[in-house]
Design a protein around this ligand. Structure first.
Ligand code: UDP
Ligand code: MG
Length: 139
């Protein structure tokens, strides 16, 4: 199988709680190579644009508020089967349903404040990578 790229965010809850280092270690131990990594903070307009697919959902306003409350760490990651593998490392969206040893099981408070984002498909990953990283940054 060939190398694939995915995109991830360590969300404001985990950065504020000092869990970024442990989450990065879990990602690296799962065999991912870091292509790009940066700390940033989303504006309201950026959070709305990034999560535009969810704009009709009842949780959208709360999600935008949460994602703008503090700094985040954005990452471009590479490995075989990267999208599926990262979703495995993350665990289920609702930490109550997340498997033992996953990031969300270990660190997430609830279905909204769930520590980490990961792309849901290779096509989505390319769009999300492009949102935060230039072509030159990802070579
Ligand atoms: N979310 C929420 N309430 C919900 C579902 C999702 O607040 O009922 C938030 C949560 O932070 C989640 C994000 O919206 O990570 C995006 O939802 P999605 O269904 O794409 O979950 P993910 O792909 O992050 O597992
Ligand atoms: Mg998603």
């Amino acid at each position: 199988m060939s190398l694939e790229r995915t995109f991830s965010i360590i969300k404001p809850d985990a950065v504020a709680a000092g869990q970024a280092g442990e989450i990065l270690a879990m990602i690296q131990q799962a065999g991912f190579r870091m292509l790009g990594l940066r700390m940033t903070r989303l504006s309201e307009a950026q959070a709305q644009a990034f999560y535009a697919v969810h704009r009709e959902r009842p949780f959208f306003a709360g999600l935008v508020k949460f994602m703008t409350e503090g700094p985040i760490i954005v990452m471009a990651l590479e490995r075989e089967d990267a999208v599926r593998k990262l979703r495995e490392v993350m665990g289920a969206t609702n930490p109550a349903n997340a498997a033992e040893g996953t990031v969300r099981k270990r660190f997430a408070a609830n279905i909204e404040r769930n520590c980490i984002h990961g792309s849901d498909a290779p096509e989505t990953a390319e769009v999300e990578l492009r949102f935060f990283f230039s072509t030159a940054e990802l070579i």
